[in-house]
Design a protein around this ligand. Structure first.
Ligand code: GTP
Ligand code: MG
Length: 443
């Protein structure tokens, strides 16, 4: 990272490596327009283009070379590209051989293939976005649900950045007040009362923001739900119903599902990885027993287990706990015990209630609802906010104990350091490297 060369002109396919109607190739670095004009059918038009304008033309293999593709170039003059550098984005046709020819031509011009996340890294280096926004780019692209996409977009627009910067300013004011007290002799200063109220407000706002992680992570990264229960309880039937497709084999033969099946779906906007598993029973069949062992493993790793109990054939019922939802199936055949969750996959009765119960269970105990102005999703951000909140909490306790101010100042400084790391001002190089090489969009 320290030896990073900002002067290279870098390029990369910004869209997926797959056949499509159109594809976008992004080029960034000072002097890139001039260099690209040597393989463009209208060099002067490209060179003279105003910022953020489009130029139609043909990419060619060198000044008089073969035509590679008909393209539209979006030109960004110095300082105006996504990277805050000079940049050109070509909209080409999405033919894989065509793209390959263009990319090799760009390489021959002396430009370098961008590393994953490098455009965003440059944007960060040039101060166009802070670290929370750079992370939001990745989170936005990877969002699995509409809600997490909206949350990431708000972070990209600077929601988190603004909140952290405002907090840092208030913390700085506090620190400055403390510093004055420490720098001057007592008899030179007026009586000082520590602004405890302001510190309390800061602590609560940071703790609240840290608390949004649980909901941000749930909507961003989703949850694993395992359908378990005795053979024939109706697990595969429910699995198909929740997926809205016939994925798993259903039959009245006990032990139909042996190897588990997994699939992704959304439940109340939450991205879910759903598992249909082998029914639990005593079995002397080696293959079935192996399947049952897998079920037990999956149950151990699940965020939530939906344990189906056949209302017409009640067998073992596990103890109720926060990770297990007991659901009585086949309620059309036999009524479930009063007050219990009951469904009929045949009539659809109770399915809506089950979906709500799942969502409620997954979000229970959260300190946040997800409707907060800013919701975080990154583990890194959470741990830094948590440390900052703890430091401020310690500072509050110290103020209450009336300890010397220099001890309080250490805690305030620690919180400041955490917030600086969060936005990328004082983030260690190895962490930056990890963040930006984690981008890898479309690979
Ligand atoms: N009447 C009624 N029958 C159901 C209902 N749900 C499932 N069944 C029937 O129950 C039988 C077993 O259903 P499955 O979904 O295969 O059960 P399973 O739990 O996956 O069973 P295994 O894979 O053997 O562990 C099938 O004949 C289904 O049609 C329901 O709500 N009502
Ligand atoms: Mg089954």
């Amino acid at each position: 990272m320290e030896s990073y060369n900002r002067d290279d002109i870098i390029f990369a396919l910004a869209t997926a490596w797959a056949q499509s109607a159109l594809a976008v190739i992004r080029v960034s670095g000072e002097g890139c327009t001039k260099l690209l004009s040597t393989c463009f059918s209208r060099p002067k038009a490209l060179m003279d283009a105003q910022n953020a304008t489009l130029v139609h033309g043909y990419l060619t293999d060198g000044p008089d070379g073969a035509v590679l593709d008909e393209v539209v170039a979006a030109v960004y003059t110095q300082g105006h590209g996504y990277t805050a550098e000079e940049a050109v984005e070509f909209t080409c046709h999405g033919s894989l051989p065509g793209l390959r020819r263009i990319l090799s031509c760009f390489k021959r011009l002396g430009m370098r293939n961008a590393e994953p996340g490098e455009f965003t890294f440059r944007s960060f280096l040039h101060g166009r976005m802070d670290l929370t926004q750079a992370e939001a780019v990745q989170e936005l692209v990877a969002a699995q649900s509409e809600r997490s996409q909206a949350m990431a977009l708000s972070r990209l627009e600077g929601g988190l950045r603004e909140q952290i910067n405002a907090t840092k300013e208030q913390l700085l004011t506090l620190l400055a007040q403390v510093e004055v007290q420490l720098d001057y002799a007592e008899d030179e200063l007026d009586e000082f009362t520590f602004p405890r109220e302001a510190l309390g407000v800061l602590f609560r706002s940071i703790a609240l923001l840290a608390g949004t992680y649980s909901v941000g992570r749930l909507y961003g990264q989703g949850a694993r739900i395992v359908l378990a229960g005795a053979t024939n309880a109706g697990k595969s039937t429910l699995f198909n119903l929740l997926l809205k497709q016939d994925r798993s084999i259903v039959s009245d033969i006990k032990g139909t599902t042996r190897d588990y099946i997994e699939a992704d779906c959304l439940i109340e906007g939450i991205p879910i990885r759903l598992y249909d598993t082998a029914g639990l029973r005593e079995s002397s069949d080696t293959l079935e027993s192996a399947g049952i062992r897998k079920t037990e493993q999956l149950i151990g790793q699940a965020d939530l287990v939906v344990f189906l109990v056949d209302s017409s054939e009640v067998g073992h019922i596990p103890a109720k706990d926060e990770r297990t939802l007991i659901v009585y199936s086949k309620s059309d055949l036999f009524p479930a015990p009063k007050g219990e969750l009951a469904i009929s996959a045949q009539s659809g009765q109770g399915i809506k209630g089950l979906v709500t119960a799942i969502a409620n269970r997954l979000t229970s105990g959260f300190g946040a609802t997800g409707d907060e102005q800013v919701v975080i999703e990154s583990e890194r951000q959470h741990s830094l906010l948590d440390s900052a909140a703890k430091a401020l909490e310690r500072a509050l306790a110290l103020v209450d104990m009336d300890v010397p101010l220099d001890i309080v100042a250490v805690e305030l400084g620690e919180a400041m350091q955490n917030l600086g790391e969060l936005t990328g001002e004082v983030t260690p190089a190895d962490i930056l490297h990890k963040i930006f090489s984690g981008f890898c969009v479309g690979k």
